[in-house]
Design a protein around this ligand. Sequence first.
Ligand SMILES: [Fe+2]
Ligand SMILES: [Fe+2]
Length: 333
Amino acid sequence: MNALSDIYTNLPEAQDPGKATPDAVAKADYTARHWSSPVPGPLKPGSVEHKRAVAEMFRETFNPYKPSVIEWPKLDADTLRRVTSLPIWDIAVQTEGKARLRMAAYARLIDDPDMKDALSRNAWEENRHKEVLSKMVEAYGIPLASEPTYHEPRDVEWAYLVTGFSECVDSFFAFGLFEVAKRSGFFPAELVETFEPVMQEECRHILLFANWLAWHRATMPLWKRPWFEIRVLAVWVFLVYERLGMAKTMDADGNVHEQDNNFTVNGTKEVASIDMPLRDFLDLCLNENERRFSGYDPRLLRPKLAPNLARFLRFFLPRTPESRRLEGQQAIS
Ligand SMILES: [Fe+2]
Ligand SMILES: [Fe+2]
């Protein structure tokens, strides 16, 4: 049996260092946002065509950027203080550390070669995210808690579902938050640009997850479905519980750290120093979500729960000057 670190540190094909030239990275970045399967007709989950298209999408939209050559922009003292004091870096590093392991464990478990390939690549990319973060932490001198040991999950499917659904929710809000940080100038433009491929990569990841889930449901024997759906529901209960409060994490030296698991949901104040009405923030998340997914084959499924929840919530929130302005614009166009 492969060691999990073999999966998340090796791409199925050796990475050619020549591939990561600035030109190649720019080209790959474009492809990563514009992809369609050449196969005509519908792509029905459970069909060979759908499964192959999902794996091809993931392979062909790969971006060969290298964390070690990223140039971290110089930040002025004020920005540096704001960035380093965000309460998210520990949890971000640890989330990627866990994600690579959980995805690798699930990839090792499945037999289907196409899905195995896509999920192994996903694990590799999570490991690269971790490297990007460690390089950034190093460049800006962000103090980090010592990392705990990452354990292989005992219930591999459960761990993969938790990671997959968390990514779906977190990415949805992170897309909006990233845009707020960009507009407010909280992150200087160069830093936003540095992180942009990582954001788009998360969009690809949740696109893969939504399609893996549909494929998994469609191909599992019918008698297994009820149990699986109960587990999916339990994952959601767990995620809500986890996000309801500040999770406390214990580092390897036994110190307790307060970490904000909820940052993607309530971080607007910290990254914008403006009080953005929740309704406007949800609108922004919905628009960004739409924009990031718009370049992928519309026949592939999109994660639906977080956007639907946002639409539902939005319905109960009072209209704001910004939402009236947007509605006015829509009425004119
Ligand atoms: Fe990641
Ligand atoms: Fe991811």
